[in-house]
Ligand binder design. Structure first.
Ligand code: ADP
Length: 471
């Protein structure tokens, strides 16, 4: 199978170059429009002045009946007269005028005149490249003359317009060069912080999440960008740290759990081997070994049960809550403890007035009470009294205390007793059949209610486990 190739982006031009090209194009386009409009307006204005000059001169010539005597003295005017048939009759020039330079009009009748003689018009010159502006008038009466044409050269207007256009082109080029160069320099300078961001981003991409974007000027776009990127990086770094912490916790949990299971398994295997090599031939020895195997298996079963409870708790999103009467649950826990250890005095302490029901998960609260009461029985000398107290504290919620009068828990270890597999005395707790998970389950269940679990000293000595549940 052939693998589809990702399209390769063609190498683009850097942003400063692109922006400089855009600036240059805009400046050139803008100046071209301004230049073109200026040149056209200038030419129109100059031609209009020339036309006015032609009109005034021609009308005074006709009015003064001086057509024949025109063109005395130095002037640029050319006066041409055409007969009725359109054939040229005379051509008069100003003094010193080159007779070869005149409008290229071989013949002209009134009908042939552009605009029928009402408007001035432009004709080519007999000299190469030249142009003339002409105005016609009919002369009647005693004259046999039919059509008079007065003309002025357009050459100087054309020259002026050409020079202005050239000047505009040079000016546009100069402005474009200056604007492009300064635009390029400015864009490069303002993009410098972005290059720093780019370098930092490359470092982060190599896996260094502690890198931060260099500070940029506040209030600028790059400043906002670096602030947002740094905030995002802090969050990503925290998420990574918490993920690796939770992975580390999980690894510790798994290794602790396998270590805990290894001990009863080793004991069971030991008894099996002893039996195989004939070390349990006496019926009492065999019965004792069987009892130990049964105990170890029961302990493993309890531990596996606790482990699965903890796993379920970790995956639990929400706990189903319903109104729970705390007094009933506490009374049941006290009755169970009494049944479990009839030699103990287990007392229920409840306020005289009825407690309001709390929103809780009944099974979870029962489990919490069972774990705490059985701990109080397991970890205190026989016949030591135990109290289960319930109350409702303003602004706190329901409070359950399981108080004992045993050895208690040293202040330095009070935080750690809620950790998984933590035991004050490892071998003793194991002998008592504890998995080391009972209090971890208590904190998990209480935490799922949004409550808290803590251990304090019982007045006079002993441990008091206090649970608060909101509501
Ligand atoms: P375990 O199965 O060992 O009881 P827990 O998580 O319930 O596990 O308790 C953790 C440890 O805290 C126990 O091993 C014990 O050392 C200590 N502990 C718990 N409850 C009491 C108590 N009421 N008095 C003294 N120590 C206690």
């Amino acid at each position: 199978m052939t693998q589809a190739k990702a399209p390769r982006a063609s190498p683009g031009r850097p942003l400063p170059v692109k922006l400089a090209v855009i600036i240059a194009s805009l400046v050139v386009a803008g100046l071209a429009v301004v230049g073109a409009v200026t040149t056209v307006v200038l030419r129109v204005k100059l031609v209009a002045d020339l036309d006015r000059q032609l009109e005034q001169t021609l009308s005074s010539l006709i009015a003064g009946n001086q057509v024949g005597a025109a063109m005395s003295g130095p002037s640029d005017y050319v006066l041409m007269v055409f007969g009725q048939d359109g054939e040229p009759l005379t051509t008069a020039f100003g003094e010193g005028h080159d007779p070869d330079k005149r409008p290229a009009l071989e013949r002209l009748t009134e009908e042939e005149t552009p605009g029928q003689g009402a408007e001035p018009f432009t004709v080519a010159s007999t000299a190469a490249g030249g142009q003339w502006r002409c105005l016609t008038a009919s002369a009647r009466g005693p004259f046999q003359v039919r059509l008079v044409v007065l003309a002025l050269p357009l050459d100087s207007i054309n020259d002026t317009t050409r020079q202005v256009a050239l000047l505009v082109v040079w000016l546009a080029l100069a402005v474009a060069v200056v604007a492009t160069a300064s635009g390029y320099a400015m864009v490069r300078r303002s993009l410098r912080p972005l290059r720093h961001v780019e370098t930092a981003a490359a470092q982060i991409a190599r896996g260094d999440l502690t890198t931060r974007m260099p500070p940029a000027q506040e209030g600028t776009e790059v400043g906002h960008l670096t602030d947002s990127l740094n905030a995002m990086l802090t969050q990503i770094e925290a998420a990574f740290a918490s993920q690796s912490a939770s992975e580390a916790r999980m690894r510790t949990f798994i290794s602790d759990a396998s270590h805990e299971l290894r001990t009863p398994l080793a004991a069971i295997r030991g008894y099996a081997e002893l039996y195989r090599i004939g070390g349990l031939e006496q019926p009492e020895a065999l019965a004792g070994a069987m009892k130990r195997i049964e105990d170890e298996a029961a302990r493993m079963g309890a531990m596996v049960g606790d482990l699965s409870t903890l796993t379920r708790l970790a995956e639990l999103q929400t706990l189903e809550l319903a109104p729970v009467d705390l007094l009933t649950l506490a009374a049941d826990a006290v009755a169970d403890a009494q049944a479990l250890d009839p030699g103990r005095t287990v007392t229920l302490l409840a306020p005289r007035e009825a407690l309001p029901p709390i929103a809780a998960n009944e099974a979870a609260v029962r489990r919490v009470l069972t774990n705490l009461v059985s701990n109080a029985i397991k970890h205190t000398p026989p016949a030591t009294p135990i109290e289960v107290a319930i109350a409702h504290w303003q602004d706190v919620g329901a409070v359950i205390e399981v108080r004992d009068h045993g050895p208690g828990i040293p202040p330095a270890k009070r935080d750690r007793v809620f950790d998984r597999f933590f035991r004050l005395d490892d071998s003793r707790s194991r002998d008592l059949g504890g998995s080391g998970l009972g209090l971890a389950i208590v904190t998990g269940l209480v935490g799922a209610h949004g409550g808290e679990a803590e251990v304090v000293e019982t007045p006079g000595g002993g441990a008091t486990f206090r649970i608060t549940l909101p509501g």
